[in-house]
Design a protein. Structure first.
Length: 108
C-alpha cells in the first residue's frame, strides 16, 4: 500500500515540475531544487547531526556491505554470528555515514 502512495505522490509532482519548467526554465528549476536540497540538508544537520544523503542512503549501502563481509569471512550462524554482524554493522555504518556526510559537504 505504501508504494501506491509514493507513486501517487510522485505522479502529482510531475505537473508541478512541468509548470515550473515552463514558466521559469529548466536551469532555474534545477537551481530551485538545488537550493531546496541545500536548505533541507542544513535543517537535517542541525536537527539530527547527519546529512540528507546519510539519512536516505546509509542503510541501503550498509546492509549489503555487511552481508558481503559476513559471507566473505564465513561467519557462523547463531549467537556468535549475530554479534559479529552487529559489530560489522556498527563499524561499516560509521564509515558509510562519514563518507556520505563528506560527499554532502562538497555537493550540497
Amino acid at each position: 500500500m505504501k508504494s501506491k502512495t509514493i507513486l501517487n505522490d510522485f505522479l502529482n509532482l510531475i505537473p508541478i515540475i512541468a509548470l515550473m519548467v515552463y514558466f521559469t526554465g529548466f536551469k532555474n528549476t534545477l537551481n530551485i531544487f538545488y537550493e531546496l536540497l541545500k536548505s533541507i540538508n542544513l535543517v537535517m544537520t542541525q536537527l539530527c547531526n547527519e546529512s540528507i544523503l546519510t539519512f536516505v542512503f546509509k542503510y541501503l549501502i550498509t546492509f549489503p556491505i555487511v552481508g558481503l563481509l559476513l559471507a566473505w569471512i564465513g561467519s557462523p550462524r547463531g549467537r556468535a554470528g549475530h554479534y559479529i554482524g552487529k559489530v560489522f554493522y556498527f563499524v561499516v555504518g560509521y564509515v558509510v555515514a562519514f563518507a556520505l556526510d563528506l560527499i554532502a559537504k562538497f555537493v550540497l
